[in-house]
Design a protein around this ligand. Structure first.
Ligand code: VAH
Length: 313
């Protein structure tokens, strides 16, 4: 059986529903510190679970006979800058708990999300390679880079089968923005429909690696379904889909809402975004486990507006 820790979060919400449709709802146990979306809660069993409580995680693993854990709980970049120690403790302790359960053979397989936030100001900005200089300057990025080091260590030292993806910014219509710097690209669709204008907290030229959620969910399950021999990278795989800036996503929205206007009022999140790459080279993921992204910016805009419009009629 599968346990999703952080099932109420941006990725966890959609990952839960997708895995239940693929394996059956009784095979997928969702858990989080708080309840989540109606769709996710109604789609199968749910446990209130603190990702930092080892005993509680172990009890759920044993009671539900869990074999695979997707650890999706984390504090994202912008929020972690406001609460550094809370962000570090949540992102790291939750990972150690799950890696140790795998080390002690209480579970067989782990998925853990990393992020393009592991790259920093000294990293090459375009077509960032899988292996390159990484000096992250955010708490979130430091925790993700450290987490990657521990994942690789537990694999090499204890044979733990942990797999990981460096997600770009993710965009979905099923959850509201949750403290991420890339979340302007989620909020902009809501504001375009509600107010036909949006004040963006990043400047017009801030190009960031992004991806529509369906592509990210497919990649997540894809890497977990791959034969372990094909997983050559046990830190975390670069993954890419789109790269765009606020100006480009605005132009995409204006094809549907011509009167939509964006203005710019950069805040502390501009420095976070400026420390990250603009585009990612994900050739290893394509070679090792057949990754390819599908959804374009204009396709994503059409899907987002189509699924959000009823909320703002
Ligand atoms: C964030 N959405 O903005 C996350 C992600 C690459 C960005 O890690 O913090």
């Amino acid at each position: 059986r599968i346990l999703i820790i952080g099932a109420s979060g941006q990725i966890g919400t959609e990952l839960t529903v997708y895995l239940r449709s693929k394996f059956g709802s009784h095979k997928v146990i969702a858990s989080d510190i708080r309840e989540g979306s109606e769709e996710m809660m109604q789609s199968g069993p749910f446990e209130i679970l603190d990702a930092m409580d080892y005993e509680a995680i172990q009890e759920v693993v044993i009671r539900h006979e869990i074999t695979d854990v997707y650890l999706m709980a984390a504090m994202l970049s912008a929020t972690a800058e406001k609460f550094p120690m809370k962000g570090w403790n949540l992102n790291m302790n939750s990972l150690f708990h799950v890696l140790n359960l795998a080390k002690d053979k209480k579970i067989d397989k782990v998925f853990w999300p990393s992020s393009i936030a592991v790259f920093g100001p000294t990293t090459p900005k375009t077509n960032t390679p899988q292996c390159t200089v990484m000096e992250p300057s955010t708490v979130y990025g430091i925790s993700k880079q450290t987490g990657e080091r521990w994942c690789e260590y537990y694999h090499n030292r204890y044979g733990v089968d942990v797999r990981s993806i460096r997600y770009p910014g993710l965009i979905s219509y099923k959850t509201l923005p949750g403290g991420g710097t890339t979340d302007y690209a989620v909020d902009i669709y809501h504001k375009a429909l509600k107010h036909k204008e949006y004040v963006c907290f990043l400047n017009a030229e801030t190009t960031l690696p992004m991806m529509f959620m369906d592509d990210a969910i497919r990649a997540t399950v894809g890497i977990m379904e791959t034969d372990k021999e094909n997983i050559k990278v046990r830190s975390s795989y670069n993954l890419s889909g789109l790269s765009f800036n606020p100006e480009e996503i605005t132009a995409s929205i204006q094809k549907h809402i011509p009167e939509f206007k964006i203005s710019y009022d950069p805040d502390f999140r501009q420095a976070i975004a400026d420390s990250w790459p603009q585009s990612i080279d994900d050739s290893e993921a394509r070679t090792d486990w057949g990754w390819e992204h599908k959804v374009s910016l204009d396709e994503m805009t059409a899907i987002m507006l189509d699924n959000l419009k009823d909320e703002y009629l």
